[in-house]
Design a protein around this ligand. Structure first.
Ligand code: DSN
Length: 433
């Protein structure tokens, strides 16, 4: 993308941006929640839509001049509905956390209970961790992985917890769980206790859109929240999808499951947010259009195949993976068991050789979050750059070599050069098909 104005008018920001662009292209991006958007998405994101205020929804705005903001938001909504097979899409949440909070406020009253996955076992902060503000408003009860060797949830225990705590929402979703859920079981338990079944699929939205992982809506879920920038490969942002009757957001509907779409619209705006970021909405529309193309299915399948290859090779090289493998795009290395090192140490060593991943807690971690016992990594970004299974095996070997030679400056320097040359063979693509 030409950025002549930026280079002419603000050399300081331009220089920092140039460094970041180089870092992204010369480095191995293994953080499972990151990806590379197309130039088309970047252009929409950097577009004149950023100049426009548009509180409200298409056809029902509180400012004039909305002919084209309505068009672009409608495009994003229709494409999202087509991708995820649902009745309604609210594309205005600024990111995943606001999407979750707006959803809670759409359905819950203060003090109501949500049954969600424990952060330490892979859940997200916004699923009710005590450090969050929402945990002071709603009552969050947390379930854990039942079998740490396989990663399976104990559904009998989940049901027992639901019967005991009578949640209004049962939440399936994660930011660090390498296995699949049994959505039928979640939906069945939710039905039994009269709860709404909600999935936070931020990490796997692209894999669902690509048809390589099950869609919770096909299994009786009522609501899906997501970010748009992870496997879905769109701009940084959020979205709430739901099933039900789409009503007039200007009129307060009765609180029924059928009315969830309208309750959600009213909760996002005016309940929680002000003006949506329309350049972001435009970029979401572009990304959803890309995800509707057949090439995206091929990408999604390759993300999964690559994750399996990477996990297998890491295990062959002696790494202990949490749950001993992966069913999705991410995996967690128990770095304390594998190498006697905390995750922060491994993250720093890999940063030195141009490989980026993140330190992460493991289930029932005895170490604190800033110096946890593991790292989290995944395949979405390097798959976008065209890497396949052979390259994944090589990545596992680079990781092992860097950790083994962590105190040997010479080896790390040579390895950094090798990783850089390897990455440059797979340029960041300008277009996604
Ligand atoms: N920060 C996101 C992730 O990396 O998974 C979740 O919010």
């Amino acid at each position: 993308m030409q950025r002549t104005h930026l280079h002419d008018e603000d050399q300081q920001v331009a220089a920092v941006l140039d460094h970041e662009i180089r870092r992204q292209s010369e480095g191995m991006e293994l953080i499972p929640s990151e990806n590379y958007v197309s130039q088309a998405v970047l252009e929409a994101l950097g577009s004149e839509f950023t100049n426009k205020y548009s509180e409200g929804y298409p056809g029902k705005r509180y400012y004039g001049g909305q002919e084209f903001t309505d068009d672009v938001e409608n495009l994003a909504i229709e494409r999202a509905k087509q991708l995820f097979h649902c009745d309604h899409a609210n594309v205005q949440p600024l990111s995943g956390a606001p999407a979750n909070v707006a959803t809670y406020f759409a359905w819950l009253e203060p003090g109501d209970t949500v049954l969600g996955m424990d952060l330490g076992h892979g859940g997200h902060l916004t699923h009710g961790h005590p450090v969050t503000y929402i945990s002071k408003i709603f009552n969050f009860v947390r379930y854990k992985i039942g079998n740490l060797e396989t990663g399976e949830i104990d559904y009998d225990n989940l049901r027992a917890m639901a019967l005991e705590h009578k949640p209004k929402i049962i939440l399936a979703g994660f930011s660090a769980y390498p296995r699949s859920y049994d959505y039928d079981k979640f939906a069945e338990i939710a039905k039994e206790v009269g709860a709404v079944a909600m999935a936070d699929m931020a990490h796997i939205a692209g894999l669902i859109a690509g048809g390589v992982l099950p869609n919770p809506f096909d299994h009786g879920f009522h609501i899906i929240t997501t970010t748009t920038h992870k496997t879905l490969r769109g701009p940084r942002g959020g979205m709430i999808l739901s099933q039900g009757k789409v009503g007039n957001p200007l009129k307060k509907p009765e609180k029924t499951i059928e009315n969830l779409p309208t309750l959600i619209d009213r909760s996002v705006f005016p309940g929680f947010q002000g003006g949506p970021h329309m350049s972001n909405t435009a970029a979401k529309a572009v990304a959803f259009g890309e995800a509707l193309k057949p090439e995206f299915k091929v990408y999604a399948q390759q993300v999964l195949d690559n994750a399996k290859a990477l996990a297998d090779e890491l295990m062959k090289l002696g790494c202990k993976l949490v749950t001993n493998g992966t069913d999705n795009h991410l995996m967690l290395i128990d770095t304390v068991t594998s190498w006697g090192l905390t995750g922060d140490v491994v993250e720093t060593v890999l940063d030195r050789v141009n490989m980026t991943l993140n330190k992460n807690g493991i289930p029932d971690d005895k170490n604190p979050p800033y110096t946890p016992s593991g790292v989290r990594l995944g395949t979405p970004a390097m798959t976008t750059r065209g890497m396949k299974e052979d390259e994944m095996r090589k990545i596992a070997q680079y990781i092992r070599k860097a950790v083994d030679h962590r105190d040997d400056e010479g080896t790390l320097k040579n390895l950094q050069q090798e990783v850089k040359e390897f990455c440059l063979q797979y340029p960041v693509p300008e277009s996604h098909g």
